[in-house]
Write a protein that binds this ligand. Structure first.
Ligand code: ZN
Length: 182
């Protein structure tokens, strides 16, 4: 549901940004990239997204410089957030907080902490222990009180995401998933 270009052409940076991240699935792909997902097959398993759609979204995000595609002879193809992509974290965390506030009666689904000292992050992304604004690679996410794992679809990647881990740290799950590249 791309906005008509006449709308984006107006002097509005929000419209421009929505051209990139406003489509269904896109922010979910980006969220999983923050959580350490890097491989096509892992995105597909996590999101249960049609593979053709995932292929298109990944290509688009690479073209727009949000993700970089790394063709490694040993590891295979991986997608990683660029600095431009990492700059989307405040949006992802704000939308997650909004979802927690209005759609998660049991509480926060994922808690953010400063990995160095374990301090909780406040709504500004500032550590309540040391007071610093915590850079993305030093943020540790862990299941919060509202987290409710679905036992039916457990897999190594989900298990990795659902245990405390630093953002952007690649998931080194056992590769039992069927290979598939975009
Ligand atoms: Zn701290």
């Amino acid at each position: 549901m791309t906005l008509p270009s006449t709308y984006a052409d107006r002097n509005c940076s929000l419209a421009r940004a929505l051209e990139i991240v406003g489509e269904r699935w896109t922010l979910l792909i980006i969220r999983d990239a923050f959580f350490g997902v890097r491989r096509f097959g892992d995105f597909a398993t996590q999101l249960k997204i049609p593979r053709a759609v995932l292929t298109n979204r990944l290509k688009f995000l690479v073209r727009e410089g949000v993700l970089i595609r790394d063709d490694d002879a040993i590891k295979g193809v991986e997608y990683q957030l660029t600095d431009k992509g990492v700059g989307l974290w405040p949006i992802v965390r704000a939308l997650m907080s909004w979802g927690d506030a209005f759609y998660s009666p049991a509480g926060v689904q994922r808690t953010e902490r400063h990995d160095q000292d374990g301090g909780l992050l406040n709504h500004e992304g500032r550590c309540e222990d040391c007071g610093s604004v915590v850079p993305v690679p030093e943020i540790r996410i862990e299941p919060g009180p509202g987290f409710n794992p679905t036992g039916s679809d457990r897999d190594p990647v989900s298990d990795a995401i659902n245990t405390p881990r630093r953002l952007l740290e690649p998931i080194m799950a056992v590769r039992t998933l069927p290979a598939g590249e975009g």
